[in-house]
Design a protein around this ligand. Structure first.
Ligand SMILES: [Zn+2]
Ligand SMILES: [Zn+2]
Ligand SMILES: [Zn+2]
Ligand SMILES: [Zn+2]
Length: 251
């Protein structure tokens, strides 16, 4: 869009700030056009037909960068106004109103009440609820994850079962929830096996990544590798998952 009125241009550039793409170019007569639109006008100014080349309008770029605009999660209740430089951290990590997506296949729920949603809407065998933060889970090898509900703190965890490694599986834990406060640590411990000749496998003091949605990714640092020998003839293992919130000063 080429700029025709101030209110139109404000809305147009506000969208650019949210998209984080705001190089502004201009023709020699000072008509401005954004980098996205410049592609569509094939480098010719729609107002005066002069070329819009590589001349940037830094003054307007600076004005745009300084604009404070609503958080993308305003419709979920956030009232924060954010500058361009603050937006990424706020929306990705800090916003208390950003929704969490249900990880269960075929479910479109996205909201702030993920614990209640899963608890009420999904009564399936790979959702395990426990009054506390320690679970004994029978994990099938073919199951990509189990959902663990902590009914005391009303947090949602996922025990992830990565199948991309030869000769075993890699297990890890993520939280679908708010990050703990800056002085708090959210850590987990996993334990598998110990039956017969096989020793206990364990992973402890591993920090729990807090995410808003899970799209199949597995942590590459911090997982428990469970070799083939630990999986029973029913292709399952029993896993003890323990999650703990502690304050950093204790450790
Ligand atoms: Zn534009
Ligand atoms: Zn022009
Ligand atoms: Zn927000
Ligand atoms: Zn769901």
């Amino acid at each position: 869009m080429q700029l025709t009125s101030s209110s139109q241009s404000f809305i147009h550039f506000a969208k650019l700030v949210i998209r984080r793409a705001f190089v502004v170019g201009q023709c020699k007569n000072g008509h401005v056009v954004c980098d996205v639109c410049r592609v569509h006008i094939h480098g010719t100014c729609p107002s005066c037909r002069e070329p819009v080349g590589d001349i940037r309008c830094r003054a307007l770029e600076n004005v745009i960068a300084g604009m404070a605009l609503p958080c993308s999660f305003r419709s979920h209740g956030c009232t924060q106004l954010l500058k361009h430089t603050e937006r990424r951290d706020h929306e990705a990590l800090l916003c208390l109103h950003a929704p969490f997506a249900c990880p269960l296949h075929g479910c479109a729920y996205s909201g702030l009440l993920l614990y209640d949603h899963i608890h009420d809407a999904h009564t399936i065998d790979y959702v395990v609820s426990f009054a506390g933060s320690s679970w004994w889970v029978c994990l099938r090898r073919s199951r990509p994850f189990m959902v663990l509900l902590d009914s005391v703190d009303r947090r949602v965890f996922m025990l992830l079962n990565g199948g991309d490694i030869r000769s075993g599986q890699s297990l890890s834990v993520v939280c679908l929830g708010q990050r703990p406060a800056a002085d708090q640590l959210l850590e987990y411990k996993l334990e598998v096996g110990g039956a017969g000749q096989l020793g206990v496998l364990s992973l402890s003091a591993c920090s729990v990544p807090c995410v808003r949605s899970w799209a199949g990714q597995h942590p590459t640092d911090g997982f428990l590798f469970v070799p083939d020998a630990y999986w029973t003839s029913f292709n399952s293992v029993v896993v003890n998952v323990h999650v703990q919130m502690s304050s950093e000063v204790d450790s």
